[in-house]
Ligand binder design. Sequence first.
Ligand code: NAG
Ligand code: NAG
Ligand code: NAG
Ligand code: NAG
Ligand code: NAG
Ligand code: NAG
Length: 837
Amino acid sequence: MRDCREICLFICVLSILPLVCFSANFVPTDNYLIDCGSPTNTPIDSRNFTADSFYKNFLSTQQDIVASTSLKSITSTSDSPLYSTARIFTAPSKYTFPINKKGRHWIRLYFFPFAYEKYNLSAAKFAVSTQNYNLLSDFSVQKNPVMKEYSLNVTSDTLVITFSPSDNSIAFVNAIEVVSVPDDLIIDDANTLNPAGSYSGLFAQALETVFRVNMGGPTISSGSDTLQRTWVPDEKFLIQPNLARNFTNIGAVKYVDGGPTENTAPPSVYGTLTQMNSADDPRSNFNVTWQFDVEPQFQYLVRLHFCDIISKSLNELYFNVYINSWFVAKDLDLSTINNNILAAPFFKDMITAPSASTKIFISIGPSTVNSNYPNAILNGLEIMKMNNSVSSLSSSTAVPLSSTSGSGSKKVGLIVGVSVGAFLAVVIVGVFFFLLCRKRKRLEKEGHSKTWVPLSINDGTSHTMGSKYSNATTGSAASNFGYRFPFVTVQEATNNFDESWVIGIGGFGKVYKGELNDGTKVAVKRGNPRSQQGLAEFRTEIEMLSQFRHRHLVSLIGYCDERNEMILIYEYMEKGTLKSHLYGSGFPSLSWKERLEICIGAARGLHYLHTGYAKAVIHRDVKSANILLDENLMAKVADFGLSKTGPEIDQTHVSTAVKGSFGYLDPEYFRRQQLTEKSDVYSFGVVLFEVLCARPVIDPTLPREMVNLAEWSMKLQKRGQLEQIIDPTLAGKIRPDSLRKFGETAEKCLADFGVDRPSMGDVLWNLEYALQLQEAVVQGDPEENSTNMIGELSPQVNNFNHEVSVSAAQFEATSLDDLSGVSMSRVFSQLVKSEGR
Ligand SMILES: *[C@@H]1O[C@H](CO)[C@@H](O)[C@H](O)[C@H]1NC(C)=O
Ligand SMILES: *[C@@H]1O[C@H](CO)[C@@H](O)[C@H](O)[C@H]1NC(C)=O
Ligand SMILES: *[C@@H]1O[C@H](CO)[C@@H](O)[C@H](O)[C@H]1NC(C)=O
Ligand SMILES: *[C@@H]1O[C@H](CO)[C@@H](O)[C@H](O)[C@H]1NC(C)=O
Ligand SMILES: *[C@@H]1O[C@H](CO)[C@@H](O)[C@H](O)[C@H]1NC(C)=O
Ligand SMILES: *[C@@H]1O[C@H](CO)[C@@H](O)[C@H](O)[C@H]1NC(C)=O
């Protein structure tokens, strides 16, 4: 074999028959293979890794330290001989490789830690970089051999690889490859997934191979690949291996001119595949899905290899391919791609958007246009991490997600009929959330171990348990203070936590209906005693509700922390949650006016939270299930377990964990974890749409683009088609002006950036206004054009674009309303009426 190559090289050099040479094996122009620290050359497969001394002049280092170990400790792989020696660096050191042919090069770095004299390589921690890219930082290797493969386009005459030990540590490397890559392996263009479009700029990308998989076949070792790549079997990545079946016909693969070559992937990759295990059942309808763990916040180049070695004739197999639920190809018919040659290899390059997800899912599934029985195939897959905007491939320099996905990608045209999906978003949010929650829990375990001294709620005087309560005729729900209740009293009030008295179940625990012995109806929330998180929320809720008293905030009557219980006792809200009156509970439908009044009440409660106190309080979990209604349908905001005080206290504004509820979560808060009142405004905007459309904010049973209410209603609102999705029971009953105002208000609340959202005070004014526009019709005054007038009177009404601090007029109006009970509706009525005259 080597003879053959040498002869071939010889021929090439003489330029006699270069074609023969290139059609056989790619011969890299630059081909540096160094077995670091080794006194001798080390042949690996057909390649010759040279002794360390051979390229010694490439290396610039302070101390010349080479190390070796016995091979016994190394698990055997074909390249294991490389791992028995290493070079150790105690200070930044660099290799400078002369580049004979500019273009893409492999950089492969081999690491295996062992102990050598005073050096413990398991404890080494270091960075590796080139002139232009950061490849690794704070990198360490614990036990097993690791080979890191990169490819990057070298555009200068030398490639410098620098090893820099982290503080007080050392760096090491066992072997290095710098090898030319065929120019056409990675071309400049690819497709983007989300949004679907085309991408150019791969030339400038440093890529790190994270997965290279041979579907339905065995491991292909570097010796069997023309570019010394290793391909691993796909089985362990399959989510449901029983749904998949392998197939092999290596002889069938036909490389065709202009298509992929053996350098793209060898026949042993294109000649095996994984397909649907559909047992020839014509009704089969499922996906085969692989799952890969990746580092979040990077973009990935995903290369999918196909070769239809199973069809007997043309146009027999149609199938769909997805990455993370996005279409890569729809109704793909491989036989039409390469001039109607069956079994011609084909690959597709896709670029993922940076995301918070730690997984990439690849799925194949049947197309609906199948002529034959359903099937789908995949032959090979490569996932390569792309450098980020600071030219780094290292997670420690991960760039936080920005507002726009796919930076650097150019949206040129749609590849396939792609529909927007919310499932992925939910998955990503879920994963991210889960991680953050875990982190938060950990923090809390560390930080909050100090025990909680129950709040001294009643004027700072200590209160013995139930002392106030025992004079129950006076101490009752009417009182403005929270009391510490004895457990037995709570037991009595709830008929010993009678399951049939449960009126709600939440993350925190169950909520029971109850009655104190003075006849006051209460709602009793009993937390799960073991939950650490619950304790924090329990405290927050007592603190918040003891400080804040407002008509539109649900009031706390008392609490009980005896026997490790976490029980909160609230005023009873006769009509339950707003949510239950919108859908799913069979309550009579609310009128538009009732809905507006409820929204106004809730907005008022939130406005008070944000502005009515020295420090702004951010609720953090605004949703229709946390807006409760009393017997008169008056709205009160509930559930303060997650709320936080704003900037006055928390200077950094950065919270430790993203919290809230799916479908209501402010995307900006989610991205930047920066908490402001505008996050509540966003969630409230979602509630507004929920109120209008009377459907769940996430409804997975709907067609994909409709799943997420916020997305869907914003889309229609922007198109001016909001009336299409309003609650059918409201059809024809909302005055167009009122609907327009309401829709605009909700839309502004859902602005991408917090600064573009109105304050709660502005929202309140606009809702009041929408109510007036509605009532004007009832008064039979269709021609009223009070719009301008109100607009002039209140600059906030139409001014959403910058943050307006509460103006004196507005504040007065609000306080007036809150304190003296004069409804703003009436103020508006006056205005409208006087205008009408
Ligand atoms: C390996 O390469 C080195 C340097 O190019 C050369 O001196 C040596 O003879 C080669 N050994 C083999 C076995 O090919
Ligand atoms: C080497 O360092 C690792 C990681 O710090 C440590 O677990 C191990 O015990 C050390 N081994 C020796 C021989 O010091
Ligand atoms: C490398 O980059 C240069 C300059 O951007 C470009 O002209 C060249 O085509 C690239 N080569 C490869 C193989 O990407
Ligand atoms: C292919 O499938 C057969 C039967 O399920 C299994 O025994 C074999 O290991 C598979 N081969 C590969 C390479 O996955
Ligand atoms: C296959 O996966 C895609 C993307 O997640 C999904 O839209 C489709 O409904 C799935 N098909 C089947 C049959 O499950
Ligand atoms: C990767 O680095 C190159 C050069 O530094 C840069 O042009 C490119 O935009 C980076 N890629 C991404 C995705 O930011």
